[in-house]
Design a binder for this molecule. Structure first.
Ligand code: NAD
Ligand code: DAU
Length: 351
């Protein structure tokens, strides 16, 4: 039996990764370590909470003593590291939180892995999940490849770039077996409604304005979250140690065009006259240092390992909107803060 540590498993992408691994690998023990910050929500994993091969540990990746004890307790065979502060706007108002979690927290995990695995790195893997934002901003042409130089522009991307560098430095210096992947924008169920798509779906439902930064001309490359989780599964099991892989959907959208699609689908869902939701669009002051365009060249993982996105965007966005419409309670709990009691009710009570 393999014991695998997944960090940040109560968050958006992490919850999809945890669910996939718990269901697909009944012989693995999956330990989900999450601090349950504002972005961590155990309701995301209510359906697998009772699974025999699943354990939740509430803890902080920056707590060195705790992390060392955790590695001793479970003797992990591998780590998939997703825990992070993830929202660019928050990094602009509070960069230090990003330094602590994304850099200090990652190095804490690397130290624990190195110390616990040093006698035998064979069959071990530290897999670090990163972002395309480390490559900076593209003009109209070209794609980010695995060899594009790092050029992070926001405190968030600088902190992720720093963590990526540490992961590679541990591979180079100590021989730690690592993989890094850099993915484009994810969308789908369970995303915290501070991010563009769930925020706008919720605002449209509640007839609130849709704050478009600048002119809405920035471009993002969108990937359905379950496709990212599947890519992580492929890379964890078949990726070459020491390598970097880009993950993306070849699915670029100008913000304004994407917002118009969301508005149109929402009008239909809500039985409103076409054009009603678009009237909620309000142009607001641009994000400071707003990257113009991200676009991932995902050919390496596609050609070498056979992964490809399974959903077309039209299908994915319809599925996503359906999910938020059908899970009004989830959204209400998140926006009211009630989701933060879930741990106390489900876990503390049992102790
Ligand atoms: P998220 O904000 O939804 O979730 C982050 C999770 O990490 C939360 O559950 C939170 O409680 C946990 N966490 C935060 N600080 C912690 C700490 N100190 N100790 C333990 N747990 C902590 O983020 P997400 O969007 O799911 O992103 C997950 C990872 O994927 C991040 O590393 C992010 O940089 C990367 N990524 C995200 C995207 C995207 O579009 N969302 C794209 C590419 C890469
Ligand atoms: O590219 C991968 C990254 O994608 C991840 O590493 C990050 O964790 C994730 O948050 C995401 O970053 P973005 O900044 O691209 O995502 P966000 O949803 O915040 O914004 C998407 C675009 O929409 C961006 O150009 C800013 C714009 N925007 C966003 C919000 C929240 C608006 O115009 N209005 C808004 O209210």
């Amino acid at each position: 039996m393999k014991t695998l540590l997944i960090t940040g498993g109560a968050g958006f992408i992490g919850s999809h990764v945890v669910r996939l691994f718990v269901n697909k690998y009944p012989d693995y023990k999956i330990v989900n370590l999450d601090k349950l910050t504002y972005a961590g929500n155990l309701e995301n994993l209510a359906d697998i909470e009772g699974a025999k091969n699943y354990i939740f540990e509430k803890g902080d990746i920056t707590d060195e003593a705790y992390i060392f004890d955790l590695f001793k307790k479970y003797a992990f065979d591998g780590v998939i590291h997703l825990a992070a502060e993830s929202h660019v706007d928050r990094s602009i108002s509070n960069p230090m939180e990003f330094v602590k979690t994304n850099i200090f927290g990652t190095v804490t995990l690397l130290n624990a892995a190195k110390e616990n695995w040093k006698d035998n790195f064979e069959d071990k893997l530290f897999y670090h999940i990163s972002t395309d934002e480390v490559f900076g901003s593209l003009d109209d042409g070209g794609f980010f490849t695995e060899t594009t130089s790092y050029d992070p522009q926001s405190p968030y991307s600088a902190s992720k770039a720093g963590s990526d560098h540490f992961v590679r430095a541990y591979a180079n210096t100590y021989g730690l077996p690592v993989i890094v992947s850099n993915c484009s924008n994810n969308y789908g169920p369970n995303q915290f409604p501070e991010k563009l798509i769930p925020l706008f779906i919720n605002n449209i439902r509640n007839n609130k304005s849709l704050p478009v930064y600048g002119k809405g001309e920035n471009v993002r490359d969108w990937l359905y979250v379950e496709d990212h989780a599947k890519a992580i599964d492929v890379l964890y099991h078949k990726g070459k140690k020491g390598e970097t892989y880009n993950i993306g959907g070849f699915n670029e959208w100008k913000n304004l065009d994407l917002i118009k699609v969301v508005c149109k689908v929402m009008d239909k869902k809500l039985g409103r006259e076409e054009g009603t939701s678009e009237k909620l669009i309000t142009y607001v002051t641009d994000r400071a240092g707003h990257d113009l365009r991200y676009a991932i060249d995902a050919n390496k993982i596609m050609k070498e390992l056979g992964w490809k996105p399974s959903l077309q965007f039209e299908e994915g966005i319809a599925k996503t909107i359906d999910w938020y419409m059908e899970n009004e309670e989830w959204m209400k709990n998140v926006t009211s803060g009630a989701y933060q009691q879930y741990y106390d009710e489900m876990y503390d009570k049992r102790d």
